[in-house]
Design a protein around this ligand. Structure first.
Ligand SMILES: [Zn+2]
Length: 128
């Protein structure tokens, strides 16, 4: 494991502070959340990087039957965005229904977990 490896807890702690962390391998592949090995080239030479948190909506769906901790949001939109750095991330979209279209610009944010007990990691949300 590289000594500057960012574990999942550090990833979510940074997210809670408004910093989106990823890793870049020696061949330029960017991943999020962080991983100990590149998923494309198997490189173990990964460096942590701060991502812009900006991306475009690739696809989305509307959730009518959520997990219990999301019931208060239902129905809501779940989307997959491609960040400026080329990696992809899934999260809940917080935007007016009519504005949610493929290709719109979204930025990554977070909100506190509603779950009690461990883990209480923040939830990933996308806003215009
Ligand atoms: Zn790679």
């Amino acid at each position: 494991m590289p000594e500057d490896f960012i574990g999942i807890e550090a990833f979510y702690k940074s997210l809670d502070e408004g910093i989106l962390l990823g890793v870049r391998c020696r061949n330029g592949h960017v991943m999020i959340p962080t991983k100990p090995t590149c998923i494309r080239c198997n490189s173990r030479e990964l460096k942590p990087i701060k991502l812009t948190g900006k991306g475009k909506l690739l696809t989305f769906t509307e959730i009518f039957t959520p997990a219990r901790e999301y019931e208060k949001y239902a129905p809501y939109f779940l989307g997959l965005i491609e960040l400026d750095e080329g990696c992809r991330l899934m999260g809940r979209i917080v935007a007016p229904r009519d504005s949610i279209l493929r290709g719109i610009n979204l930025k990554v944010g977070s909100e506190p977990s509603q779950k009690e007990g461990w883990p209480t990691w923040p939830k990933i949300v996308f806003t215009p």
